[in-house]
Design a protein around this ligand. Structure first.
Ligand code: ADP
Length: 248
């Protein structure tokens, strides 16, 4: 068999809460190095899908594989994080009273299992990696600023940088541009495309201008399964997508 190795493979995934099907035989595949956008109305199952991938919620049925062979339904949240799946929630959670640099240093130490400490001498390589992340998340000029003094958009970028310090193979990002300025939103599209050169990224967003800027394959969920999948033009012209999401 010469099927391309998928990074993430969900097939027939269902989960019910008190008899209500939050996911209904969902199938979803992400390839290595892919950047994918997820759209869909509130209650479509987007968050539940992320919860299944990260081990926060167990499916009632279906297959969830990472790197073609690792059964994520048998792993707990900490195992899944260690396997290389990072998740960014909508609200940024940075250490406000630490500088940008120290936030990244803390994140780097966390990967080593050295929690919440700055008393660890960084190697040359560590410093180079922090420099690289600072450049990626557009915060080189703010390295000495307290995180509290960053704009909302910059805090989102810093948290993305902190996740990059964990070197995830798959980064899940929930509504990154909500509350950002137009300029920050446009920059976030560029930034995520850069990040996806070295890993896969799945981004949930409602901002259709941003999704269009990403220019990647889009998956529209509704009622717990895939309503349409393809280019933004294909998906946004699908009558089911217009009826269930865009036309609302
Ligand atoms: P989305 O992120 O697309 O808005 P969600 O995954 O949050 O959708 O929700 C899908 C459906 O499942 C919603 O109707 C929601 O109320 C329900 N749901 C999600 N999590 C739970 C839970 N832990 N208990 C009960 N119902 C839930």
């Amino acid at each position: 068999e010469n099927r391309t190795k998928s990074l993430l493979y969900l097939d027939g995934v269902s989960v019910s809460f008190d008899g209500f099907k939050a996911l209904n035989s969902l199938s979803f595949v992400v390839e290595p190095g892919e950047l994918r956008a997820i759209i869909g109305p509130n209650g479509a199952g987007k968050t539940t899908m992320m919860d299944i991938i990260t081990g926060k919620t167990r499916p009632n049925s279906g297959t969830v594989l990472f790197e073609d062979s690792i059964d994520l339904t048998k792993k707990d949240e900490a195992d899944i994080a260690r396997l290389g799946i990072g998740r960014k929630f909508q609200k940024p959670t940075v250490f406000e009273s630490h500088t940008v640099w120290d936030n990244l240093e803390l994140a780097l130490n966390r990967k080593r299992g050295v929690f919440a400490t700055l008393f660890y001498t960084l190697t040359k390589d560590d410093k180079a990696r922090i420099e690289e992340i600072l450049a990626t998340v557009r915060l080189g000029h703010r390295r000495d600023s307290l995180a509290a003094n960053l704009s909302h958009g910059q805090k989102q970028w810093l948290e993305i940088g902190m996740l990059l310090a964990q070197e995830p193979k798959l980064l899940l990002v929930d509504e990154p541009v909500a509350g950002m300025t137009d300029a920050e939103t446009a920059e976030t599209a560029v930034l995520l495309k850069e990040i996806a050169k070295t890993r896969s990224v799945v981004v949930v967003e409602h901002d259709m201008g941003f999704i269009r800027d990403l220019g990647v394959k889009v998956t529209c969920l509704a009622e717990g399964s895939v309503l349409a999948e393809g280019s933004i033009d294909f998906v946004s012209n699908d009558p089911k997508v217009i009826e269930n999401y865009l036309g609302r």
